[in-house]
Design a protein around this ligand. Sequence first.
Ligand SMILES: *Cc1c(COP(=O)(O)O)cnc(C)c1O
Length: 468
Amino acid sequence: MSRKQPPKERSWNHSRLIKADKAHCWHPFTPVADWEASEPLVIRSGKGVRLTDMEGKTYFDGTSSLWCAALGHRHPRLDQALIEQAETIAHTTFLGMSHPQAILLADKLASIAPPGLSRVFYSDSGATAVEIALKMAFQYHLQKAAPEPKRTRFMALTNAYHGDTLGDVSVGGVDRFHAMFRPLLFETVRAASPHCYRCPLRLERATCGIACLDEARRTIDENAETLAAVVIEPLMQGAAGMIAHPPGYLAGIAEHCRSRGVLLIADEVAVGIGRTGTMFACEHEEVSPDFLCLAKGLTGGYLPLAATLTTETVYDAFRGDSTDPKTFYHGHTFTGNPLGSAVALAVLEVFEEESILENVRTQAKQVTEVLHKSLSVSGCRIVGEIRQRGLMVGIELVADRATKKPFDASIRAGAKVCAFARESGLLIRPLGDVVTFLPPLISTSGEIDAMLKILVESIERFEKESPK
Ligand SMILES: *Cc1c(COP(=O)(O)O)cnc(C)c1O
């Protein structure tokens, strides 16, 4: 294999880049005026858990580059898989044709997924993975042996986030992102998100008996004949601000769906691929959904590749020839892209070879201990709740711990803490006033400690400076 040396440090003109960015780029989820007024962070390179900016300053990647870089940056095995595949073929279509990497990846995914999920439909983002599950669920009920054409609706949780295409926004429920588009959306049945810190039923977790699950069951019952599927982010609603569900909630929903003939779509775009300490979050409650949606960490953040896994039962309902209108007429040009598939396959191999899940569980324990010791026991006045599943953490900042009163939005508490952290060399992002921490799953104890130290100090600094 002919491999050139890595390119020498390229000479970019930093200020020219920033000028061109502000002239021509449009950044997602980024308020334009804030961006224009900011000193943008331009990342030049990454290695392991660290990123380096144009001026050579390094940062810990405390978001795994938006929940993707599960194995850190420039993992030698992933680099190698990518290079070897590039030297074979970069892209060939999956429409009516096939290629080895996507076949092997599907075979591998089917072997590690919760029981029954043996069919893999590829696409390229979390949004498409969920959109595909929605469309498949709808079409399945029309075409199954005993069709139920009335099953055309979906149930989702309040504060749900499933991606930004219109189908996903229809089942989504984060008003700040979604309310604007309401005229374009289909109606979705809602169950209240089981948000124990701000319980929709005003109950206490110790004594509630998960009453919100009964409510959700009732809502399913009320719509039992028209629901195609329930879509849920298992264990933890990420973009909503790391809302951690009470244990048993997912299993309860899954069981009830099954008993009412409603399909279950598990959106594991954020929680899947090891993030919560098991390969898939559904495993925590021994749930086998009808659809499992994967993206973000699937290629370790190397390339946009997503997968929607489903059952043979669903697949059977689509078995027809070209004279039969049963085909799933949905696809994306880069479906099953060989480069992405090759890297994803390497990701799954590294999980086994390097005992990544074990590391997640070890480091997660350390995160729990350090955060609770530093922020809770000492009585940090502005930390309302620390929510964690594996290496997926949300710290909710509040103006008053006793009453859970939020900060006034104009204070931008979450954004300020993250700005302090950036000054000290840790990149993290706020979701409103929830400071999120999702380090790469390969982080060592030393790296986790160093990141947590900055995180805790940034919160304490904001506490000191914030009005009492
Ligand atoms: C990020 C995310 C999505 C959307 O994924 P994209 O790749 O950004 O389209 C969907 N669902 C969940 C739970 C997510 O966290």
